[in-house]
Design a protein around this ligand. Structure first.
Ligand code: AMP
Length: 617
């Protein structure tokens, strides 16, 4: 059966899972860890690094290390989120195409779009899954925050395609966590909620579970509220007094900022289990007069709680709003699930408990539930495993811009997906041959305040008097939450062609070029099938030489001479280097050579032993 993997592509960490023999399991990465940091770097030698390797070198290579790319997925260059993010990034982001209003991440001489960076993480997870399963993997379910809009979902799907994955479904993280919770558990009929605070995003979702059906009733969130913001508050808490005292803003230096950020996150996580931590950053800056400067501070849990109070309040406000929309009281839930690493903060758990009047459930692992749920969904879709049905909703209203700069909603938020809606447009001029529809997502009555998904041009309209051509425009939202638009001439029944003229997404051609580059990179990472046997053979030869070496030295001193030993030594060094660098073809030649040398040397020893002059043994 073809494997399918579930991927939680997180802001801070990513997790990959699959279902094996009916059981969802997390796939450890090739270093043996269950979480892979969502960090990508291009090392000084041009090599691509992903995960822990990239994270480990982030301080010394801050300008070429990308963290939290998820925050930039599907965003426009001019958007407030992008511009705000720029002030806190240690890597360079530059505007790209003016018309598309998009941007690229610059890593040394190369530039990448946000989906390309995400694809590097996905490709790494794919390699981990292939190594674990021992077979190629090309199908995946990828999760996204429930509150992601169409562009963010499309960007995620594009990232999957670039990584060579067929994304069989994009599902919402909280829904995915609820699948993991409900899997193989007799939960009965229940209304539950999922409080999902990860590294970069917050989602609150209300679900109704009954007889294997997981029906989302309402969802809401904030795509720029997560653990990163908690870290940023600690960074400011550390940097402000330092600036006041020393006159140096550590946040302006990329390397110091990265060190501060790492220390802040570490302190924050430790404060989930202890009451105070010491932050020690020696040689963090250089004063022109006083020489090297060090930063030392003691951060208490209550300090952390006071500098992040408004962030916790923002989460609670989202919960209140979603409950208001769904007309549900806080004490109505049969279970409250906590998902996302940031929910480990005790203050969050207390706030959740006091809002909902019950202890949150301990039955799902906040780091792994999302990936496990995605793997379950994958198995359901591809292998028809488990009788479960997922009914999700669209988190934003979908509509069009109308006269006067207003927004007309066509599909209201919290509508179950997949869904579609129609709208009939009429020509306003005689012989009008084209028309433009501006499609937006959001809740504001003012069109410009909502997110522009694209401008769709209908061309080649039938020539007729104004008002005589009616075009039925169909807006579809797929189960992935992705929007598509099509149009039909009502009078003739003919399908109208539609082209998207304003979208920040990648073109098909760009995706194909990036996918090809990725495939080539992946090939370079993969061990050829003959590699394990070749390496084993080489290692056996090294051992045989090692065992034989004292006798060979003896023989060398007794007539064989040093030259064959020196040649063997050099050949062994070359082969060891080839093993370390995984040079399969080169190693094959070395193995042949070493075998021949070993045979000849063994022959010489035999002759020496049987010869009347003796071999020294
Ligand atoms: P996720 O996106 O679910 O991997 O969540 C990652 C976020 O959770 C990051 O901001 C982490 O710093 C945060 N996090 C992980 N462990 C803890 C912890 N023990 N206490 C507080 N925050 C944590």
């Amino acid at each position: 059966m073809e494997p399918v993997i579930g991927i939680d592509l997180g802001t801070t960490n990513s997790v990959v899972a699959t279902v094996q023999a009916g059981t969802p399991v997390v796939i450890p990465n090739r270093s043996g860890y269950r979480l892979t940091p969502s960090v990508v770097a291009i090392a000084k030698n041009g090599k691509r690094l992903v995960g822990a390797l990239a994270r480990r070198q982030s301080v010394t290579n801050a300008e070429r290390t990308v963290v939290s790319i998820k925050r930039l997925m599907g965003r426009k260059w001019s958007s407030r989120t992008t511009q705000e993010a720029l002030t806190r990034l240690s890597y360079e982001v530059v505007p790209h195409d003016k018309e598309r209003d998009d941007f690229l991440v610059k890593l040394g001489p190369e530039s990448f779009s946000a989906p390309e960076i995400s694809a590097m993480i996905l490709a790494e997870l794919r390699l981990d899954a292939e190594a674990y399963l021992g077979q190629p993997v090309s199908k995946a379910v990828i999760t996204v925050p429930a509150y992601f809009n169409d562009m963010q979902r499309t960007a995620t799907k594009d990232a999957g395609r670039i990584a060579g994955l067929e994304v069989v479904r994009i599902i919402n993280e909280p829904t995915s966590a609820s699948l993991a919770y409900g899997f193989n558990r007799q939960v009965g009929e229940k209304q539950i909620c999922v409080f999902d605070l990860g590294g970069g995003t917050f989602d609150f979702t209300i679900l109704h579970m009954y007889k294997g059906v997981f029906e989302v009733e309402a969802t809401g969130g904030d795509t720029v509220l997560g653990g990163d913001d908690f870290d940023a508050r600690i960074v400011d808490w550390l940097a402000e007094p330092f600036k006041a005292k020393q006159g140096i803003d550590l946040r302006k230096d990329k390397m110091s900022l990265q060190r501060l950020r790492d220390a802040a996150e570490k302190a924050k996580c430790e404060l989930s289990s202890v009451k105070q931590v010491e932050v020690n950053l020696p040689f963090i800056a250089q004063s022109p007069t006083a020489g090297p400067l060090h930063l030392q501070a003691v951060l208490t849990r209550s300090d952390l709680e006071s500098v992040t109070k408004d962030l916790v309040d923002r989460c609670l406000q989202v919960c209140e709003q979603v409950m208001g929309e769904a007309k549900v009281k806080p004490n109505a839930f049969g279970e409250v699930l906590l998902v996302g690493g940031q929910t480990r903060m005790p203050r969050i758990q207390e706030a959740v408990k006091s809002l909902f009047g019950r202890d949150p459930s301990k039955s799902v692992n906040p780091d792994e539930a999302v990936a496990l749920g995605a793997a379950i969904q994958g198995a359901m879709l591809l292998h028809q495993e488990q009788e479960m049905l997922l009914l999700d909703v669209t988190p934003h209203s979908l509509g069009i811009a109308i006269a006067g700069g207003f927004f007309q909603s066509i599909i209201p938020k919290n509508t179950t997906v997949p869904t579609s809606a129609h709208h009939v447009f009429t020509t306003v001029k005689d012989d009008q041959t084209s028309a433009k529809i501006t499609v937006l997502q959001g809740e504001s009555e003012i069109a410009a305040q909502n997110e522009l998904l694209g401008e769709f041009m209908m061309t080649g309209l039938r020539k007729a008097k104004r008002g005589e051509v009616d075009i039925d425009v169909i807006f579809d939202i797929s189960a992935d939450g992705i929007v598509s638009v099509s149009a039909i001439d009502v009078q003739t029944g003919l399908r109208q062609s539609i082209t998207v003229t304003a979208s920040s997404g990648l073109t098909e051609e760009e995706i194909a070029v990036a996918a090809k580059a990725n495939e080539e990179w992946m090939l370079g990472q993969k061990e050829p099938p003959e590699w394990p046997a070749r390496k084993e053979k080489a290692e056996q030869l090294f051992k045989q030489f090692e065992e034989l070496w004292p006798r060979l030295e003896n023989a060398a001193a007794n007539g064989l001479g040093m030259e064959p030993l020196q040649r063997a030594k050099a050949a062994i060094s070359v082969a060891k280097l080839q093993v370390a660098n995984k040079e399969s073809e080169g190693l094959a030649a070395s193995v042949d050579r070493l075998e021949r040398m070993l045979g000849a040397l063994k022959g010489a020893l035999e002759r020496g032993l049987t010869s009347p002059r003796g071999g020294g043994q």
